[in-house]
Design a binder for this molecule. Structure first.
Ligand code: FUB
Length: 311
């Protein structure tokens, strides 16, 4: 009997130490995980959902005032490095707007560039979101926000990709998925933005993420046909397309979280999908939690569907 008990305990210990727990951040609500490999660690830059309380944000909607960054060397133990950007300390953001939506971060020439959407204080360019950049010497900050958002960009959910030839690209959403080249300074567009071609015509609200594998460019995105987002992808020979719709990465949540937002990285020879679900807030899907699962490719380069283990 005691042998059985001991072997059970050993199994639990082995499982706990070999496999990541989902959700992998438990101390706060987190969403829209942008994961990056910097050095020998993974850094995750999520949105930070907070419960809506009177006076903060719009009732029943997303409520976000800052960003944290988390890191891990083994995808099991995560360190919260604290707040890196907060709404009322960014010169161009409308104070107390609680709209610090999905960000991204990238490394270039010794600096870390953090891209984030928010409501601008100056609405002379029209209503809606703008996208700003903050720059740091380390992945954990301190990040210094630029005084104004990126010119010629209106929308949400920035994603940045740097190709093997050094050219950087910015992607974002505004009813469609937009793309443009970035200048070497990573702070300005180097080309006119345009709508990426051959993607679904409707239901592309947010969350583009582009990565390259074996010379193919995978543009991945949440697509909503019937209220809940499904993660899909299209493949092209060029970072700005045209792309060919290719398949589904993750089906719609069967338990009702309306949004899904993801990133895909290769860490120590294994690919991973980072995404979110409302595990800790089953009745309110604007308080979400970030998750990760291994991702695999078929021989022909197509992606095998990831089946999340939901509670
Ligand atoms: O987190 C707020 C918004 O919800 C994000 O910007 C979208 O991608 C969706 O996840």
């Amino acid at each position: 009997k005691s042998f059985f008990l001991v072997s059970q305990l050993v199994m639990v210990f082995v499982c706990k130490s070999l496999f990541a727990q989902n959700p992998f951040i438990t101390g706060q609500y987190t969403a829209d995980p942008s994961a990056r490999v910097f050095g020998d660690s993974v850094y995750v830059y999520p949105s930070h959902d907070i419960p809506v309380v009177p006076g903060k944000g719009r009732p029943g909607w997303f409520c976000m005032e800052d960003y944290h960054v988390f890191s891990s060397g083994n995808l099991r133990e995560w360190t919260d490095h604290g707040v890196i950007i907060t709404q009322n300390k960014v010169p161009w953001v409308k104070p107390d707007s609680y709209n610090m939506w999905a960000p991204d971060c990238i490394f270039r020439n010794g600096k870390y560039y953090f891209y984030f959407p928010a409501t601008p204080a100056d609405t002379s360019g029209g209503k809606g979101f703008a996208i700003g950049v903050a720059v740091a010497d380390k992945p954990t900050g301190p990040f210094v926000p630029q005084p104004s958002p990126i010119k010629n960009v209106k929308g949400i959910d920035p994603n940045v990709f740097i190709d093997n030839d050094g050219q950087a690209y910015l992607y974002w959403s505004q009813g469609h998925i937009f793309g443009a080249k970035l200048k070497d300074n990573m702070l300005e567009l180097a080309s006119e933005p345009f709508i990426l071609l051959n993607l679904p015509e409707k239901g592309l609200k947010e969350g583009p993420y582009l990565f390259e594998r074996r010379g193919s460019y995978y543009l991945t995105y949440p697509h909503v046909e019937n209220k809940i987002e499904r993660l899909e992808y299209a493949v092209g020979d060029n970072p700005l397309g045209p792309f060919k719709k290719t398949g589904v990465i993750m089906d719609e949540s069967p338990t009702g979280c309306w949004t899904n937002h993801h990133s895909i990285i290769k860490f120590r020879n294994q690919w991973y999908l980072f995404y979110h679900h409302n595990d800790y807030s089953p009745k309110f899907d604007k308080n979400r939690s970030v998750r990760l699962d291994s991702l695999f490719f078929n021989e022909d380069g197509t992606i095998r569907k990831v089946i999340p283990t939901l509670r």
